[in-house]
Design a protein around this ligand. Structure first.
Ligand code: XMP
Length: 493
């Protein structure tokens, strides 16, 4: 991944191909990012995705225009084959069906074909959803092949990388484990120590286990109880990581400190900042204690950074369009003079799960739904108080318990209950009540960049709603969120 400001002349290697990514900009914006035009001259295959397609057209003198209808979500793509034309034109869609379900997310679309290009795919709303140059291996597609909702996306990228760019497919998880353990040992050295936060989620647990495999008890894990974790979370995580996985773990109860600072705060980004900053303070304090007690200097900080976070930070203006501020412990590096170690930085979530299984991490942890760092705080819309936390936790616990009992947990990528900042009228036990509303959210996705809501059976929802209003004091209504991402995000805040 390189930012578009990269000049090809400054690279010490020659790419086998170039993929131009999407972007929230329009190519006509005054400050729009533009790629070094030499990518079109070095005679390697180029694939432009969404904005990348528009960038190709813009570089070849053609009109891109605002679509008369913005397009987000599923679309049916019809592939146009050119059997009589030069053979490279059909390679992108070779082996794929003539009609494909793809995921669109764009405002601009191509209005006319650039000179020497042919159409290789269309949708009802995008007459140039796929284009190819008649002589050169230049391709543009309006849809996103990199998201899981484009089911043919992987095959299309494979066609581009393997058939058109002649890249080799030689990456395996076995090789990854061995080389990463070796690399960690070399970087940390024979006596170096590493510290890292764990959350009970799959990423930090897998990173911690890998580190433990590499350097044993010279890795110190810290779990901070921020008061907005799930029901019984800390106890369960402690048991699994210490007894089950042998990781050297300290649990710090800082719940009062966090909840104290969250008092009166309603704005989601403020909540994130408070939790992120407090986390850094607590973690720093505890790390210093661990360093004193372990008797040796700690030089490294472990982070379970995944490739999507890396993508976020490689942009021509620094981190790409901030949609939500995801907290991390980056601030620690400057204060504590720690060097960062990120063994998962080249992996996506599904690959982390495969790695976790290889490392012997229990199935239910490997397949755990992700849980955001700011926890239940961003699932309580409005002020986060201990009372609201208790309600949200209990409702969430019931929902997840029922999902597991129905055998649906693995089918759903992420599910939770959120507490809405509204009250509604109900009748309970012949009495009028004016109580709170729980929103249930359950989505299917693998990359978390796009998501579809999970289509529960009505009887299931009725059962969950019945249990929540009966078992959780203060709640008289339950609603189910049926919004896709985009435009909705997975979390409500
Ligand atoms: P959104 O809501 O952006 O969520 O569609 C995508 C994924 O990111 C998680 N998420 C967060 N994780 N800190 C985190 O560690 C955060 O502030 C945060 N916000 C969202 C979300 O749970 C989903 O898995």
């Amino acid at each position: 991944m390189l930012p578009c400001t990269q000049k090809l002349a400054d690279l010490s290697w020659k790419p086998k191909g170039v993929i131009l990514s999407g972007s929230p900009y329009s190519v006509y914006d005054a400050d729009a990012p533009h790629v070094d035009p030499t990518v079109f001259e070095i005679e390697v295959p180029v694939l432009g995705v969404c904005y990348g397609l528009q960038e190709i057209a813009w570089n070849h003198g053609k009109d891109v225009s605002a679509g008369n209808r913005k397009e987000y979500g599923h679309a049916i793509l019809s592939v146009a084959r050119h059997t009589d034309a030069p053979s490279h034109i059909d390679v992108l869609f070779s082996g794929l069906a003539d009609e494909l379900e793809v995921w669109m997310s764009h405002g601009d679309r191509l209005r006319a074909l650039p000179m020497d290009f042919v159409t290789i795919a269309t949708t009802p709303n995008a007459p140039f959803a796929g284009i190819a140059h008649a002589q050169k291996k230049l391709y543009g597609i309006q849809f996103h092949p990199e998201v899981t909702h484009t089911s043919c996306g992987k095959a299309l990228i494979e066609n581009f990388a393997v058939k058109l760019c002649q890249c080799k497919q030689n990456w395996t998880m076995e090789r990854f484990v061995d080389t990463e353990i070796d690399r960690i040992r070399k970087v940390v050295g024979a006596t170096g120590q590493v510290i890292g936060a764990v959350s009970g989620g799959v990423d930090s647990t897998v990173a911690a286990k890998l580190m433990h495999e590499a350097i044993g008890d010279r890795f110190h894990a810290i779990l901070v109880d921020n008061g907005v974790m799930r029901l019984n979370e800390c106890k369960t995580v402690h048991k699994t990581l210490t007894e089950g996985l042998g990781i050297n773990l300290t649990v710090v109860d800082a719940s009062e400190e966090f909840l104290g600072k969250l008092k009166g705060v309603e704005d989601p980004e403020k909540k994130r900042k408070i939790i992120g900053n407090t986390f850094i303070e607590v973690f720093q304090r505890e790390s210093e204690r661990v360093m004193r007690e372990s008797g040796g200097a700690v030089d490294f900080l472990l982070q379970g950074t995944l490739y999507p976070d890396v993508i976020e930070s490689i942009s021509f203006k620094g981190p790409s369009a901030t949609i939500k501020t995801h907290h991390n412990v980056g601030g620690l590096l400057e204060n504590m003079k720690l060097k960062l170690i990120e063994p998962l930085r080249e992996l996506f979530k599904d690959e982390v799960r495969v790695l976790g299984t290889k490392l012997g991490i229990p199935e239910d942890l490997v397949w755990r739904h992700p849980f955001p760092g700011p926890g239940i705080a961003i699932r309580i819309l409005g002020e986060v108080t201990p009372g609201q936390v208790a309600i949200a936790r209990k409702a969430d616990h019931i929902f997840i318990e029922e999902i597991k009992a129905a055998g649906l947990y693995r089918k759903i990528s992420q599910a939770y209950a959120a507490l809405l900042p509204v009250r509604a009228v109900g009748v309970m036990g012949d009495k009028r009540v004016y109580d709170q509303v729980i929103a249930l959210r359950a989505v299917e996705t693998t990359d978390y960049m796009t998501a579809d809501w999970f289509d529960f059976d009505g009887r299931f929802l009725r059962k969950v709603a019945g249990r929540i209003v009966n078992e959780v004091d203060g709640v008289c209504r339950v609603v189910y969120d049926v919004t896709q991402k985009p435009p909705g995000t997975i979390e409500l805040q």
